[in-house]
Write a protein that binds this ligand. Structure first.
Ligand code: SF4
Length: 110
């Protein structure tokens, strides 16, 4: 079973505890259909706008042994408000450039 670290939008913490992320990760649904059920090693926020802390938090998750970094759908799809992160592509590009290529990146959860 692969190990995942999930990064979510800090702006949605008050309205979403990430329960669907956990459920989908544990049961291999949504974005996890391509990996099968995964073990969640860490679940952290982006650190707030504009998301510059994502890199150091992703590196922390890598040090903790994750095989993949998962950017939750609150970031990429704007769940549950329909308000995607305006910095998502920049954050995604930064991760693609700065974390080891061996670490898989998923852009959504559900
Ligand atoms: S940077 Fe994006 S993901 Fe992070 S709090 Fe702001 S809107 Fe949410």
């Amino acid at each position: 079973m692969m190990k995942a670290g999930i990064i979510r939008c800090q702006q949605t913490e008050d309205i979403c505890p990430g329960d669907i992320d956990f459920k989908f990760a544990q049961t291999g649904q949504g974005a996890f259909a391509e990996t099968g059920p995964v073990e969640i090693i860490g679940f952290v926020s982006c650190g707030g706008c504009p998301g510059k802390k994502v890199l150091q938090r992703a590196k922390l998750l890598v040090r903790k042994g994750v095989d993949m970094i998962v950017l939750a759908s609150c970031m990429s799809r704007g769940n549950p408000l329909g308000f995607p992160c305006p910095h998502f592509q920049q954050i995604r590009n930064m991760l693609g450039e700065k974390i080891p290529q061996s670490i898989k990146i998923l852009d959504w959860t559900h």
